[in-house]
Write a new protein. Structure first.
Length: 95
């Protein structure tokens, strides 16, 4: 599929609660995050919600989005490569 060009992860509950699993998944599958910055985020209780820019040690940049107040669990990823795409849906039950 060639080199990774970008990625996007969307999940429920927050950067601290479920976002750490998104960061871990990135490290296991493609490269460890070098930097995570807030694009548009807010604090609610002991967690962070919103959009975050992620730069990997490989130099690839992507985005994570932590959604607040969903009545269901969500954990989806979209990896865009030079010659293809991998979608991880339904908390990993569909790839």
């Amino acid at each position: 599929m060639g080199k990774l060009k970008t990625f996007r992860g969307v999940f429920s509950k927050g950067l601290v609660h479920n976002g750490i699993h998104a960061v871990d998944l990135l490290a296991m599958l493609v490269a460890a995050p070098k930097n995570i910055t807030s694009i548009k985020a807010k604090r609610s209780g002991d967690d962070l919600y919103g959009r975050f820019g992620v730069e990997l040690f490989s130099g690839v940049e992507g985005e994570l989005e932590a959604l607040e107040n969903l009545d269901y669990s969500l954990f989806d990823f979209d990896f865009i490569f030079e010659q293809g795409r991998i979608l991880i849906r339904d908390i990993g039950y569909r790839i």
